[in-house]
Design a protein around this ligand. Structure first.
Ligand SMILES: O=C1O[C@H](COP(=O)(O)O)[C@@H](O)[C@H](O)[C@H]1O
Length: 250
């Protein structure tokens, strides 16, 4: 994102921006955007990397609803996770567990198409996840400048973190595909790194709530110190915001 003279401090760096006053419309807009991008993939399975936390849960529930579950070719989709908290799958903070409970266990997606971060201590989990990704794509794929993912869905924390990339954390400069993250307070985490998150045909940030408004404003103003502002994809960049998070942003 540029902080140059032409930069409008009320504008997010977006090819596609949706702001709604209504939570249900926002969720439906994300589902439509995402399904369009995944359905346009031809001749191979589509891949998505999804996030955890509370924000995407409404989307996951919608995708499992009778209205939506029939609209996807689930056997043509592979699901990866942008990050994970190192707690057991059944723990309420486990990102894969939450997505499976609300969405993926409720749709006919083959179990072999789910690629959660292994339930292991962070360093081992990151090494295994890194190896799994490279086995799926081929280790040279990232260097070949072809996007790894068709869609990446990211959230943003009120501190500007995205996936499990936190301000000032060494993981921001990691060049492995996945990386362990040790936080001052447990649990440890595993995250995809910046080059991997950026390697996507389409990337969406989904941000809701008043507590996120300040961080959204800082990103719009060009604050590149924030991890969420450092995901520099060459693909399409979309933002989905509720009015509380967006405020007066253009
Ligand atoms: O810790 C995390 O936080 C972000 C944002 O979560 P939210 O609850 O504020 O929506 C999330 O995107 C990430 O996957 C998660 O591990």
């Amino acid at each position: 994102m540029s902080g140059g003279a032409q930069h409008d401090p009320r504008a997010l760096p977006a090819d596609h921006l949706v702001v709604t006053d209504d939570a249900a419309h926002l969720t439906a807009a994300i589902a439509c955007w995402m399904s369009d991008r995944l359905a346009s993939v031809r001749g191979r399975a589509a891949t998505i990397a999804i996030s955890g936390g509370r924000t995407p849960l409404a989307l996951y529930r919608l995708l499992a609803s009778p209205a939506w579950r029939g609209s996807f070719a689930w056997n043509r989709l592979h699901v990866f996770w942008c990050d994970e908290r190192c707690v057991p799958l059944a723990h309420p903070e486990n990102n894969a567990g939450a997505a499976q409970a609300t969405w993926l266990s409720r749709v006919p997606i083959p179990a072999t198409h789910l690629h959660p971060v292994p339930e292991l201590p962070a360093a081992q989990a990151a090494a295994q996840y890194d190896a799994q990704l490279k086995a799926h794509y081929g280790a040279q794929h990232l260097d070949a400048n072809r996007p790894l993912f068709d869609v990446v869905l990211l959230g943003i924390g009120a501190d500007g973190h995205t996936a499990s990339l936190f301000p000032g954390d060494p993981a921001l400069s990691a060049r492995t595909w996945a990386c362990a993250v040790h936080r001052p307070a447990p649990p440890d985490r595993v995250t995809l790194t910046l080059p991997v998150l950026a390697s996507t045909a389409a990337l969406a940030f989904v941000v809701t709530g008043k507590d996120k408004h300040e961080i959204v404003q800082r990103i719009a103003a060009g604050d590149t110190s924030l991890p969420a502002a450092q995901v520099q994809t060459r693909g399409e960049r979309a933002w989905f915001l509720d009015r509380d998070a967006a405020g007066e942003l253009a």
